[in-house]
Write a protein that binds this ligand. Structure first.
Ligand code: CMP
Length: 143
């Protein structure tokens, strides 16, 4: 079954949004396969955001994502990668539709509350970066 990597960013953790955000994916009917609160080491932040290395905001991005704990998750379900992106809303909270996570909770493009994989390739890569195999739980869930 398809899996994606989602992460409540440091601003979302600080603002006590872990519960609201995970509730949306639970209520949608997706299955939580892994989750942990963690501090991201700088090396992991640089690897995770490697595709943005040349961007002018790269330093700011790494500083922010390592500024406090994040809540890293693996969610599973049919079409979960694309649907989670829809539920997150546009990267810029000012352009994110009401009802989406960033539309409802986001403030700035940097502090945009949540990260989610944008393709099957990045989902596989990001899950592998953040989770050991033993941390991904396989179980039956009847909605
Ligand atoms: P995310 O989905 O985590 O992937 C890359 C992140 O870069 C993106 O969310 C934004 O939070 C961040 N980002 C994009 N543009 C800018 C910018 N101009 N300044 C700071 N951060 C940015």
């Amino acid at each position: 079954m398809e899996k994606t990597f989602l992460m409540v960013k440091p601003d979302g953790v600080q603002r006590s949004l872990i519960g609201d955000i995970t509730a949306r994916f639970e209520q949608k009917g997706f299955k939580l396969a892994g989750a942990k609160l963690m501090a991201i080491p700088e090396s992991l932040a640089e690897e995770h955001y490697g595709e943005h290395k040349e961007k002018p905001f790269f330093g700011e991005l790494v500083d922010f994502i390592t500024s406090g704990p994040v809540f890293a998750m693996v969610w599973e379900g049919e079409g979960v990668i694309a649907t989670a992106r829809q539920m997150m809303g546009a990267t810029k909270p000012s352009e994110a539709a009401p009802g989406t996570i960033r539309g409802d909770f986001g403030v700035t493009v940097g502090k945009n509350v949540i990260h989610g994989s944008d393709s099957p390739e990045s989902a596989e890569r990001e899950i592998g970066l953040f989770f050991n195999k033993e941390e991904i739980v396989d179980y039956q869930k009847d909605n």
